[in-house]
Design a protein around this ligand. Sequence first.
Ligand SMILES: Nc1nc2c(ncn2[C@@H]2O[C@H](COP(=O)(O)OP(=O)(O)OP(=O)(O)O)[C@@H](O)[C@H]2O)c(=O)[nH]1
Ligand SMILES: [Mg+2]
Length: 406
Amino acid sequence: MDLHEADLREMASVIKSQVVLEVSSQVQSLLDSLDTTTLDIAVTGEVGAGKSTFVNAVLGINDEDFHAAKTGVVETTTLPTPYHHPHLPNVRLWDLPGIGTPCFQAKKYLQLVGFEKYDFFIIVASERFRENHAELARAVGAMGKRFYFVRSKIDQDLQASQQRRPSFFQEVQVLKEIEADCTRQLKNESLENPKVFLISSFELHRFDFHRLQDTLAEELEGHKKHTLLLSFPSVTAAAVQKKKSSLRQHIWKKALLACIVSALPSHPFHLNIPMLMNALKKYQQHFGLDATSLETLATMVSKPCFELKNQVRSTLGRGLSENGVQAILSQSAAYGQLAAKMVTNKVPFLSNVIAGGISFVAAYFLLHTALDSFAQDAQRVLERAYGLEEEFQGSSRYPSPGFICD
Ligand SMILES: Nc1nc2c(ncn2[C@@H]2O[C@H](COP(=O)(O)OP(=O)(O)OP(=O)(O)O)[C@@H](O)[C@H]2O)c(=O)[nH]1
Ligand SMILES: [Mg+2]
């Protein structure tokens, strides 16, 4: 059993009080500040470019779902409409009205849609990038916000190209050409180093979605970075690992709260099991392993849901129950004496605020074990959902985004 040094250091630096209520409210507010972090993403572009479909795909919602952004050839978005993330209520993707009338005025448009509330803009185009896209990007930049270009419906381009030139068709080549063409168009409009991502909202696991996700996360800081990593669907092994690392950093806080609260007079138990169960349920949702997420993914990839469910093999993943949780806790407690000593040595005030280091260690290892298991389950589910083994072999420009490389 391993305790992370970095966690112990952070705990020692945070826990400076011997008063239980002070420590618990301090740690609780650290966790609250994560939960209350907002992320407002503006999705804009010309009418019919695929904005609403992109919003639904990122949120992991089927187009036919009641809460989905309306999509289709005649469903035009006329007002900025927020779509909330199903598990992170403070994350919103804003489906903005289409740009592109001949008398389009970027500054006016940005005022109308209330530009200041967005963290960044995603500008979607399904064909060429035009003057309006560039003008909008410049205006967004001038207002101190970041922008990213998404060239959508790439699956359609590939299909069309294959039909037109079946004997010369090379997917990698076509993708390179589209990307070069997009970049050239934007440079012609005097935009330096535009960030262009080729995406199919019907097949997020292919093309540049993972690169978009990485770029957005890299360019955000602190809690916003964490929130972005959690809110985007993990469609690659690398994305699953990043999500796991981001969640891992906060385990000690959850473990500590679970034993502090239970050490209070009104809680007779050494650990607050409902609190831990709640944390585990959230992990499941973040990895798309809850029943609704699995069903949605199955519909998206046109596979029977049981096939995906069968890939969830961890004990906790197959059935999250108090008994299962108790079993892991007592296992950790049995082996964790040494770790408990270490944690109380390195975090001097800890023994004053919890009933015993062993409860903390048990909760800490439960959450670590669960996170590892769920991440492995998530990888298996995605491999099965997207049939990655067959799909990406032999492609160098767009290799398998992680399941094989990792
Ligand atoms: N093949 C393919 N079709 C797509 C993709 N994204 C969107 N579409 C289709 O393009 C059409 C328009 O998509 P929407 O998402 O409604 O476009 P929009 O930009 O929201 O349109 P407005 O709200 O009218 O401005 C729909 O029929 C979608 O199914 C994609 O990645 N691939
Ligand atoms: Mg729309």
